[in-house]
Design a protein around this ligand. Structure first.
Ligand code: NDP
Ligand code: 8X3
Length: 251
């Protein structure tokens, strides 16, 4: 029987990460699911462990020591991570640069950029040693195009793309695939977090059909299921109603 691979997914408690966990379980990929909300990790583990082996890790990607410790603590059966989905992240606020909040800026740079680096730092040595693996970084259309008031979130996602390209170059001698999947508007808890739960979030996905997290999860699975010689280096995906970061056809 073909050996099942193991994937580690950050931000698996919600949205794109959770949908990817479900898609991977359907496809027989064992899972290490990461996030901070333990009750959600527990319920996803309960649902998916009927299909595949599941282990959960609770840590905040901003905490360098905890991130490295959590990944080092993986039991033997889950230690060989063949697929890393660097997905944890959010926008915090939508403000012009002159009135943006320092706390929001710290959160975005610390989570979306430094957190992704900490997790990668813990996983890459195993991949280089085995000379195989696939890292998929979840960027954004915001990593390709800056939009009004998007300033620091866009910067964090431009950084994710630069890191992706850097990883692809440096890990090339080891045969490791590195990809970026960059969605436009996806209907998740993203806007609730961005607007700190206020009612502005309610309107973001109204009047058109945004991408659903499952749409993105299918593309992520498509990327990881290509033959060994094929790497989807960079995917930009929008819902049909979205033309770019600022043009969305609404009813
Ligand atoms: P959600 O808010 O639904 O999910 C975000 C996930 O990230 C949660 O599982 C959350 O888990 C985790 N997370 C957030 N902060 C931390 C932290 N400090 N430490 C550990 N985990 C954290 O949003 P999405 O699913 O939409 O977002 C996932 C990724 O997709 C992000 O990188 C986002 O930038 C990107 N993206 C989203 C788009 C959209 O329109 N929705 C479009 C393009 C890209 P927990 O709170 O349990 O820790
Ligand atoms: C999320 C998409 O347009 O809100 O990365 O920045 S957008």
């Amino acid at each position: 029987m073909k050996k099942q691979k193991t994937a580690l997914i950050t931000g698996a408690t919600s949205g794109i990460g959770r949908a990817t966990a479900h898609e991977f379980a359907k496809q027989g990929i064992n899972l290490v699911l990461c996030g901070r909300r333990q009750e959600r990790l527990d319920s996803i583990e309960k649902a998916l462990s009927k299909e595949v082996d599941v282990h959960t890790l609770n840590f905040d990607v901003r905490d360098r020591e905890k991130t490295l410790e959590a990944i080092a603590s993986l039991p033997k059966e889950f230690k060989t991570i063949e697929i890393l989905i660097n997905n944890a992240g959010n926008a915090h606020g939508l403000d012009p640069i002159q009135s943006g909040s320092l706390d929001d800026w710290d959160a975005m740079m610390d989570i979306n950029v430094k957190g992704l680096l900490y997790v990668s730092k813990a996983i890459i040595p195993g991949m280089t040693e085995r000379e195989s693996g696939h890292i998929i970084n979840i960027g954004s259309s915001a990593g390709k195009e800056v939009y009004p008031k998007g300033n620091v979130y866009c910067a964090s996602k431009h950084a994710v793309l630069a890191i992706t390209e850097g990883m692809r170059i440096d890990l090339n001698p080891f045969g490791i695939k590195v990809s970026a999947v960059n969605p436009g508007l996806v209907e998740t808890e993203f806007s609730e977090v961005r607007f700190k739960g206020d009612s502005t979030a309610d309107g973001v996905y109204k009047g058109y059909k945004a991408l659903q997290p499952e749409d993105v999860a299918e593309v992520i699975y498509f990327a990881v299921s290509r033959p060994a010689h094929v790497n989807l280096a960079d995917v930009l995906m929008f819902c049909t109603a979205q033309a770019n970061s600022t043009i969305v056809k609404k009813n």
